[in-house]
Design a protein around this ligand. Structure first.
Ligand code: FAD
Length: 585
C-alpha cells in the first residue's frame, strides 16, 4: 500500500517498496527522466540512489500545490560557498593533459550533487542538436575535413528517430521558445510550450551588434516557465538563475518535473545521501546489485533486475572501473569505457560598455545566435565555408559579490599602474558587474580516445574509492574554431558599441559544466560501449542514461538531448522495439 509523502528520514517516495524492477544511480536530468518513464508510463518499481542531499522537502507530497525548495537568491550560500556543489576536499579529481604526465589534484568539471542533479543549478538553456550532429563523421568526410587524433563516428540514432522524443521531453519538462526564430534549427513537429520570457537588456544590446554582423539572434529555448506551466508559477526574473536553485520552482528542473511525477506515481523510491561505490555482478555479464554508503556512513547492498547508470558521464564511467578492481572495467571489452570524454570548448569574448547593462535583472541568458555553429540553415548539413563552432550565449555578470571581488584585483592592478583610484570609486562604477557583456561560444569538442577518465592510482575520496583521473587536451578542430570566430565575436561587441573588447584566456583545465562521452553508443561492440538505447553491449541488464552515451558533442547545450535519449532508452525498456508507444503516457 503506497503511502506518500514518505516519513522515513533520507527517503522520498514510497518507502514501503523493497523489491525493485529497476535501480537508477543518480537523480539528475537523465536519471529523473528514466525514473519518470519507467514508474509512470511503465508501471515499474524503481529505486533511485542519489549521493547528494535533498533541498526539496515535500517533493513527494501529493497535496495540491508544489512545496517550495530550500533555495534563496543567495550569492554567498550558492556561489561563494557553493552549497550544492561536489566538495573537492571530500571528493577530489585529478587532471593532466597527456598520459605521460602525472596528474595533480584539480577542481575540474565538478558538478552539483543534489536530488535533481546539476540541472537544479543550471539556467536550463534547452536547445536541440542539429540533424547533422548525428552523422558528423560522414559529413566531415564528405567535405574532406579531418583532424589528427580525433575519433568522429556517426551516432546509431538519427535526428528523425529522436524528433518525437525531443518533442515529448520538451512537453514533460516545459520549454519556452519561439519556433522559426533560429534559422539554423532543424525541423520540429511541435510548438514550444510557452512563449519566450522577458528579454534581458544586455541581450538587446548584443543582439543589435550581432545583427550588424549579419547574424540572427533568437530567444534561447529554455526550460524555465514564462507562463504558469505544470502547476508551477512563471519566472519572476530575480536575476539568480545560472548557478542557483530556483526559489519559486519556475525553473523546470528535473526534481520538480520528471522526478516529482515519478515519486507521486507510488512506484518510485528515492534514497538520498547514498553514494554508490560499486556494482555487484556475475563475471561482468549480469549485474546483481549495487553497494552504497548511506547517510549514516553504513555500507549497504540492494538488488534489482535492471540497472541504470545516470551519475553523469565522468562518475558513471568511474563506477564501471570501481566495479572491476584489477580488471579492465565493467563493460569494457572494447577498451572504450572512459574514453572520448567531451566538454564544450568555450571561447569567451568580453566587451566593456559605457552604459550599465543590468545583468542583475532577468535570467542569466535570454538570447543566443547559431550563425557561428558552422551549419547551413535547417541544420541538415555543415557549411563548408565555416568552421565547426557552436551556439553563442549573450550574457553578462549578474553577481554583486563576484563583481565586487573582481574590483579588488582591479584595484591592485590599477595601483601597480600608478592610477589614482579607490575601491569606493570602483564599487560605485562597478566595471565588472555593470559594464561587462560576454559572448560565450559552446563550440564542438572533437572526440579523442586519449581524452579520458580512469582511476587515479594515488588519490582516494572520503569513501575510500580511487578518484577519477581526467586526461584531456584540445585538438586542432577546437583551436581552429577559436582562431576563426574570435575576430567575428569581437566585431559583434564593436557593432554593439563596446568601448573595448578582448578574448578571455583559454579555459584549461576546462571548467565546462557540459560533460559528455566516456560510454559512447554505437552499433559495433568493438568500438563502442552501449547500443542505441544505452544498453551495455557486454552486460545483459546494464544501461547508461546520462551524457555518457554521446558520440559527439555538437555545439549546443547538451541537457535536452540527454533527457531525450534517456526517455527513448527507458521507453524501450517499457515497450521493447517500439518505444514510441510510450509517448504521451
Ligand atoms: C551552473 C550550471 C549551469 C548549467 N547550464 C546549463 C544549460 O543552460 N543548459 C544545459 O544544457 N546544461 C547546463 N548545465 C549542465 C547540466 O546541468 C548537465 O548537462 C546535466 O545536469 C547533466 O545531466 P546528467 O543526468 O548527465 O547528470 P547530473 O545532472 O550531474 O546528475 C547526476 C547525479 O548523479 C549523482 N551521483 C553521482 N555519482 C553518484 C554515485 N556514485 N552514487 C549516487 N549518485 C551519484 C549526482 O549527485 C547527481 O545528482 C549547467 C550546469 C551547471 C552546473
Amino acid at each position: 500500500m503506497s503511502s506518500l509523502p514518505s516519513v522515513v528520514p533520507g527517503v522520498l517516495g514510497d518507502s514501503s517498496l523493497s523489491q525493485f524492477d529497476v535501480i537508477i544511480i543518480g537523480s539528475g536530468a537523465g536519471g529523473s527522466m528514466a525514473a519518470r518513464t519507467l514508474a509512470v508510463a511503465g508501471g515499474k518499481k524503481v529505486l533511485v540512489l542519489e549521493s547528494g542531499p535533498n533541498y526539496f522537502p515535500g517533493l513527494d507530497d501529493p497535496a495540491p500545490g508544489q512545496p517550495l525548495p530550500l533555495f534563496s537568491s543567495d550569492e554567498l550560500k550558492l556561489n561563494v560557498r557553493p552549497l550544492i556543489n561536489q566538495d573537492p576536499f571530500l571528493e577530489p579529481r585529478t587532471f593532466r593533459t597527456q598520459a605521460s604526465d602525472s596528474a595533480g589534484v584539480q577542481d575540474v568539471n565538478t558538478m552539483p550533487r543534489t536530488v535533481g542533479g546539476a540541472a537544479v543549478h543550471a539556467d536550463m538553456k534547452y536547445p536541440r542538436f542539429n540533424a547533422v550532429d548525428f552523422r558528423m563523421a560522414t559529413e566531415l568526410g564528405q567535405v574532406g575535413r579531418s583532424f589528427a587524433g580525433t575519433n568522429f563516428s556517426d551516432w546509431p540514432v538519427t535526428y528523425d528517430a529522436l524528433e518525437p522524443f525531443y518533442a515529448e521531453a520538451e512537453r514533460l519538462t516545459g520549454v519556452q521558445g519561439q519556433r522559426g526564430s533560429d534559422p539554423f534549427e532543424s525541423r520540429r513537429s511541435s510548438e514550444f510550450l510557452m512563449p519566450p520570457g522577458v528579454p534581458m537588456y544586455v541581450a538587446e544590446v548584443l543582439s543589435q551588434g550581432a545583427r550588424g554582423n549579419g547574424c540572427h539572434p533568437f530567444p534561447y529555448p529554455t526550460a524555465v516557465n514564462s507562463r504558469p506551466y505544470g502547476g508551477r508559477p512563471p519566472c519572476i526574473d530575480c536575476g539568480f538563475c545560472s548557478g542557483y536553485g530556483c526559489p519559486n520552482n519556475a525553473k523546470c528542473s528535473p526534481a520538480v518535473t520528471t522526478l516529482r511525477e515519478a515519486l507521486l506515481s507510488g512506484n518510485c523510491q528515492l534514497r538520498y545521501n547514498c553514494m554508490v561505490t560499486r556494482l555487484l555482478h556475475d563475471a561482468g555479464r549480469h549485474v546483481t546489485g549495487v553497494e552504497y554508503v548511506d547517510g549514516d556512513g553504513q555500507r549497504r547492498q540492494v538488488s534489482g533486475d535492471q540497472f541504470i547508470l545516470a551519475a553523469s558521464a565522468i562518475e558513471s564511467a568511474r563506477l564501471c572501473f570501481l566495479s572491476d578492481p584489477g580488471g579492465p572495467g565493467l563493460g569494457n571489452s572494447s577498451d572504450m569505457v572512459g574514453r572520448n570524454l567531451l566538454f564544450h570548448y568555450q571561447t569567451i569574448a568580453v566587451g566593456i560598455y559605457k552604459q550599465r547593462l543590468h545583468g542583475e535583472r532577468g535570467r542569466s541568458v535570454t538570447h543566443g545566435i547559431s550563425d557561428y555553429r558552422g551549419v547551413l540553415p535547417g541544420g541538415e548539413r555543415i557549411d563548408p565555408a565555416l568552421k565547426l563552432g557552436g551556439i553563442i550565449e549573450l550574457a553578462t555578470n549578474s553577481e554583486a559579490i563576484r563583481g565586487a571581488k573582481q574590483n579588488l584585483d582591479a584595484l591592485a592592478f590599477a595601483r601597480l599602474q600608478g592610477l589614482d583610484i579607490t575601491l569606493k570609486q570602483l564599487l560605485i562604477n562597478s566595471p565588472f558587474l555593470a559594464h561587462i557583456a560576454v559572448l560565450t561560444m559552446q563550440a564542438e569538442d572533437a572526440p579523442q580516445v586519449t581524452n579520458r577518465i580512469d582511476l587515479d592510482p594515488r588519490v582516494r575520496d572520503v569513501f575510500g574509492s580511487p578518484v577519477p583521473r581526467i586526461t584531456y587536451r584540445n585538438s586542432a578542430l577546437e583551436k581552429e574554431a577559436r582562431t576563426f570566430y574570435s575576430p567575428m565575436m569581437l566585431d559583434i561587441h564593436k557593432k554593439a558599441s563596446a568601448q573595448y573588447g578582448f578574448i578571455a584566456p583559454e579555459d584549461m583545465p576546462s571548467q565546462s559544466s557540459h560533460v559528455m562521452g566516456t560510454l559512447r553508443m554505437g552499433a559495433d561492440a568493438a568500438t563502442s560501449v552501449c547500443d542505441a538505447f544505452g544498453k551495455f553491449h557486454d552486460v545483459d541488464n546494464l544501461y547508461n542514461m546520462d551524457g555518457g552515451v554521446f558520440v559527439t558533442s555538437s555545439g549546443y547545450n547538451p541537457t535536452l538531448t540527454i533527457i531525450t535519449l534517456a526517455l527513448r532508452a527507458a521507453a524501450n525498456l517499457v515497450s521493447p522495439g517500439s518505444p514510441e508507444r510510450v509517448l504521451g503516457r
